[in-house]
Design a protein around this ligand. Structure first.
Ligand code: ZN
Length: 231
């Protein structure tokens, strides 16, 4: 389900706050200011579900087509990239893995987990830290084999959800997938959108003498109409 389009004022609030934040925090700022859900709840949500919600807002604001296209790795044919959102179905429950005769259960990482390992010196250290935090049986010894198995399962889950777009070639019917960092991608689009909104406020304020809140409260259609008349 696609959420309703966020208000122009909310877009500017996200930009104002997010520009000084770490990308992990920005994702929470976008979701809390658009959706109204408390930050601590969003931080405890799995990253898969977070991304599915971000994708929902992206679709509401900018549609489900991505600018540009991908090329078929088999025949080189150009293909438009469309996003599919299924926030309700984002797999969120724990994963169970059998590795070398042991069965372990690990929950999906959340924003709180990402923040906890953000300061690690190396990728190895941060991935071991992430696995340790998410394994539900604290008595398990975390060795490399176990850590890799958990990560592979997370990866498999991630492919089923928001951050990955499945593509099919119209020419040779080859299928492939494209991973996008939706949090980063949406932030860049919001930045451009916010700067454009400020430009529109500037123009309409000069022309009609209206205040910023008055201009931002106009629907997009009405704002565009006045912009057409003013320029
Ligand atoms: Zn092809």
């Amino acid at each position: 389900m696609t959420p309703s389009v966020p208000r122009a004022e909310a877009v500017l609030q996200v930009w104002e706050r997010g520009r000084h934040e770490h990308p992990i925090d920005r994702a929470l700022t976008i979701l809390s200011l658009f959706g109204g859900q408390p930050r601590h709840e969003l931080a405890a949500m799995s990253v898969e579900r977070r991304d599915a919600q971000l994708l929902g807002w992206r679709t509401a604001l900018f549609g489900d087509r991505l600018p540009g296209y991908s090329c078929c790795p088999q025949c080189g044919c150009g293909v438009d990239v469309a996003l599919s959102i299924d926030a309700e179905d984002a797999p969120d429950g724990p994963v169970t893995i059998d590795v070398a005769g042991r069965t372990v259960t690990a929950r999906m990482p959340t924003t709180l987990d990402l923040v906890a390992v953000a300061g690690c010196a190396s990728i190895e250290e941060s991935s071991a830290g992430l696995v340790t935090r998410c394994i539900e049986d604290g008595t398990q010894e975390i060795d490399t084999e176990l850590a890799r198995a958990v990560e592979a399962e997370w990866e498999r889950r991630a492919r089923l959800s928001a951050g990955v777009v499945l593509l099919a070639c119209p020419d040779c019917y080859h299928h492939w997938s494209l991973g996008i960092d939706i949090a980063e991608f949406l932030w860049r689009e919001l930045e451009i959108h916010a700067i454009r909104l400020v430009g529109e406020v500037d123009l309409l304020a000069r022309r009609y003498g209206w205040s910023e809140p008055e201009i931002l409260a106009l629907s997009t259609a009405r704002r565009r109409l006045y912009l057409g008349l003013a320029s």
